[in-house]
Design a protein around this ligand. Structure first.
Ligand SMILES: NC(=O)c1ccc[n+]([C@@H]2O[C@H](COP(=O)([O-])OP(=O)(O)OC[C@H]3O[C@@H](n4cnc5c(N)ncnc54)[C@H](O)[C@@H]3O)[C@@H](O)[C@H]2O)c1
Length: 349
């Protein structure tokens, strides 16, 4: 892993690591069960510590239950299912609360074509790093007068610097020779301008990695025209752009059911699928657990458990490539979550 946001957890006396598990809402229960079943079959040296993250209001502020916070800080790593966020009312998003509580400043989203699952695009191999703590997600909104609201996009030099530094370190680690800053500084001259200028400063410490810049609209066009242009690049960008671009990248390889991510911080890291709680298919044995599984594979590599990461990843890819009878419905297949999971277990070597 990159030298920033390294895993510092330690093994228990029984030789296993304890990992906090947030199963999540909607399909979270089904896809978490799939991960647990596959990990047990693969004999991964991990003990899950499930925690409840039902939001609590303390002095009018949304907070996580203390037990969950303590568990993540103790174990230094967590796997998280999707959490539903009510729109336009109620508590602040628990996803945002988690990122803020643990200062998870960089969200890493790799997107790689799955051999054996044909999409209009072949050989996609992109990686995008999203600033995870501020930008358009600062939550600073006010009504000026009825009918006029203002939403503030906050960009700071320290937050820009740490995510861009992480991107450079990550690029070195995965042997991608270029950083591409995706922005809209032509319009947001001060906020995106600060992000761009910070990248120029950080780049001085990384003479072995090249630095380039691209306007986000141009990146969208080029990425959907020929994504292979981005194979040797690590993209880094402010929060909202990263959110949108990563769903776009997901679409290139077959959808949200396939795309993993890691939320990296200096003390702890939380790995999660890019998708949400999919209430339309929850409890129907239709969910594709691949995105959460691949997020857990990223987590294993972060913990230097590469042997188990490779073993599980190989079995997942082999199962998807083995034909529609073994794939879930979102991948034009006929298998349910349970059948897909059993097939992966059968393919573990
Ligand atoms: N990180 C997170 O926890 C996270 C991320 C995005 C959305 N959300 C929340 O999830 C809820 C639902 O959001 P949404 O409907 O906009 O997005 P969604 O990602 O839950 O679903 C979008 C579409 O993709 C399908 N889909 C998603 N994951 C799938 C999977 N693993 N297998 C098969 N199909 C899958 C769904 O059935 C749906 O049709 C909202 O409350 C939202 O706030 C949470």
């Amino acid at each position: 892993m990159a030298s920033i946001a390294k895993f510092t957890g330690t093994k228990n006396k029984d030789g296993k690591y304890t990992v906090t598990l947030i199963e999540g809402d909607g399909i979270g229960i089904e896809i978490s069960k799939s991960v647990k079943d596959i990990y047990a079959a693969a004999e991964v040296p991990i003990k899950w510590e499930p925690v409840d993250v039902t939001p609590q209001l303390v002095n009018g502020k949304t907070t996580l239950p203390q037990e969950a916070v303590d568990s993540v800080f103790k174990n230094k790593v967590a796997l998280k299912g999707p959490l539903a966020t009510p729109i336009g009312k109620g508590h602040v998003s628990m996803n945002l609360t988690l990122r803020r509580t643990f200062n998870l400043f960089a969200n890493v989203r790799p997107c790689k074509s799955i051999v054996g699952y044909k999409t209009p695009y072949d050989n996609v191999d992109t990686v995008l790093i999203r600033e995870n703590t501020e930008g358009e997600y600062s939550g600073i909104e006010h009504t000026i007068v009825p009918g006029v609201v203002q939403s503030i996009k906050l960009i700071t030099k320290p937050a820009s610097e740490r995510v861009i530094k992480y991107a450079f370190e990550y690029a070195r680690h995965v042997n991608k020779p270029k950083i591409l800053v995706v922005h809209k500084a032509s319009i947001m001259k001060l906020s995106d301008g600060l992000f761009v200028n910070t990248a120029k400063e950080v780049a001085k410490d990384y003479p072995d990695v090249s630095l380039d810049f691209e306007l986000i609209d141009n990146t969208c066009l080029k990425l959907t025209t020929d994504p292979t242009q981005y194979s040797d690049v690590v993209m880094v960008m402010p929060n909202l752009y990263g959110d949108i671009m990563s769903d776009l990248s997901s679409g290139l390889i077959g959808g949200l059911g396939l795309t993993p991510s890691g939320n990296m911080g200096n003390n702890v890291s939380i790995f999660e699928a890019v998708h949400g709680s999919a209430p339309d298919i929850a409890g129907m044995n239709l969910a594709n657990p691949t995105a959460l599984l691949l997020s857990s594979v990223m987590m294993l590599r972060h913990m230097s458990l590469d042997f188990y990461a490779d073993k599980i990843e190989k079995a997942i890819l082999q199962t998807i490539a083995s034909g529609p009878e073994n794939r879930t419905k979102d991948l034009r297949g006929q298998a349910g979550t349970d059948e897909f999971t059993k097939k992966i277990i059968a393919n573990l070597e």
